[in-house]
Design a protein around this ligand. Structure first.
Ligand SMILES: Cc1ncc(COP(=O)(O)O)c(C=O)c1O
Length: 423
């Protein structure tokens, strides 16, 4: 980029011009820190905290009456949040519910859709976050299907990305489900959800997605794209806090499928307290809830969704693309010893950038010690996530400048072999 201005002043100017900069005031970004880890855990925000405090107050004031008298009633948390999450992922209200965790939702929905499919294989890829494979393998085993034969793992050509053609080659008439991430957790590649869904449907298979690294930062249109089911967490870009409740989507034409992991919280509301031995599933994604909603893991999401809605997912996505583009340009300009492991096309990028360096582990630790919060993904990736909610262009500049300083001084070499960080 010939006219790229890599100065700090230019970064400041872009922050001053940005309409979303005021969003940051709603978050408690640690002082003197450049927090580039919103793709692992969003920072504490006042909206999420107030919503949680409100739920605690209502517990104190109402006791058990809170299930029906709290505002909103705890009993309805899953569906109420689901209605709002539907707007975030491009679905109809009844197609979404807040429930469980991502991993539990993978168990619940992959199990359900294998049971409904003609085929017996699940197609995944070798760059997936491992919990997806653990859950799917155990669902296959539970059905007497040997995972070594029935889990089809698409390979990557470059160790960073997965190409749609490779997915198409792996899908056959034996496929039950194509289950892919929207964004790869290491490289940040954004996969083409609509194209993958079409590939699955061409073989009468179902298309399911793990949206952990895209919900709240990528403008999804799950219903329009024909996606059959999806799962996600709300502690990353949705900023609902550590261990916050997960979410799921089930396309309306599948509302009649019997949940593979049924529980009383998925029962229809009007008969739930009849406590009959026979399960009477709710009509909609709500049927895939399992046990009592975790009220305090769900309450913050009411507040953090206020922020997402106020900004608009389309604007957040646009800002995310601008921030990652800026980050990639700065890496190209100032860090010749690093490679960018993330696709450069805006429509193939999620919210984070993989900055590759042979000493990525040491570099990540040196950065954290200097207040630049990033994480390391072995063997060579520093993940840098300029969350559009609370990160500005000057923060991106500061992060890259700190990497430059560390590399110039060989300061990272003072660190021993690093361990993987649990984030
Ligand atoms: C793609 C993906 N799926 C799932 C998870 C974790 O799932 P859970 O919320 O159940 O721990 C992660 C965690 O970072 C992830 O990156």
């Amino acid at each position: 980029m010939d006219d790229f201005d890599a100065s700090r002043a230019a970064a400041r100017m872009r922050d001053a011009e940005s309409s979303l900069t005021g969003l940051r005031e709603r978050f408690s970004v640690p002082e003197d820190a450049v927090y580039m880890d919103g793709n692992s855990l969003g920072v504490h925000g006042q909206d999420a905290a107030h919503a949680l405090e409100r739920a605690l107050d209502q517990w104190r004031e109402l006791g058990i009456e809170g299930w029906t008298e709290a505002d909103p009633p705890w009993f309805e948390y899953g569906e109420r949040l689901g209605d709002r999450l539907a707007d975030v992922v491009g679905a109809k209200p009844a197609e979404c519910v807040a429930a469980n965790s991502t991993t539990v939702n993978i168990h619940a929905l992959v199990g359900t859709f294998i049971d409904a499919a003609d085929g017996t294989e699940v197609v995944v890829n070798e760059l997936d976050f491992p919990t997806d494979h653990y859950a799917i393998r155990s669902q296959l085993r539970a059905r007497g299907l040997d995972p070594d034969d029935h889990l089809v793992v698409v390979e990557s050509d470059d160790g960073r990305t997965i190409e749609p053609d490779a997915i198409a080659d792996a899908v056959s008439d034996d496929t039950a489900i194509v289950f892919m991430p929207s964004v790869l957790y290491r490289s940040g590649q954004l996969l083409d959800v609509e194209a993958i869904t079409d590939i699955a449907h061409d073989h009468d298979a179902f298309a399911g997605f793990d949206l952990a690294h895209s919900v709240g930062v990528v403008d999804h249109d799950l219903h329009f794209d024909g996606v059959d089911f999806a799962v996600w967490c709300s502690y990353k870009y949705l900023n609902a806090g550590p261990g916050a409740i997960g979410g799921l989507y089930v396309r309306e034409e599948h509302f009649d499928l019997p949940p593979a992991m049924a529980g009383w919280w998925g029962n229809a509301d009007d008969t739930q307290f009849d406590l009959e031995p026979e399960f009477d599933p709710a009509r909609g994604a709500a049927a895939f809830q399992i046990g009592t909603v975790s009220v305090f893991a769900a309450a913050p999401l009411f507040g953090s969704l206020d922020v997402t809605e106020a900004a608009g997912v389309d604007s957040l996505c646009e800002r995310s693309v601008a921030l990652t583009r800026y980050l990639i340009s700065l890496v190209d300009e100032r860090l010749p010893e690093c490679a960018v492991g993330t696709p450069r096309e805006a429509d193939r990028r999620g919210g984070h950038v993989a900055v590759e360096h042979p000493d990525a582990g040491k570099l990540s630790r040196a950065l954290r010690d200097r207040g630049v919060v990033v994480d390391f993904r072995p063997p060579n990736v520093v993940r840098v996530a300029p969350s559009p909610y609370f990160v500005g262009f000057e923060d991106v500049w500061l992060a890259v400048d700190e990497i430059r300083d560390i590399l110039d001084a060989d300061a990272h070499l003072a660190y021993g072999e690093s361990e993987e960080q649990v984030t």
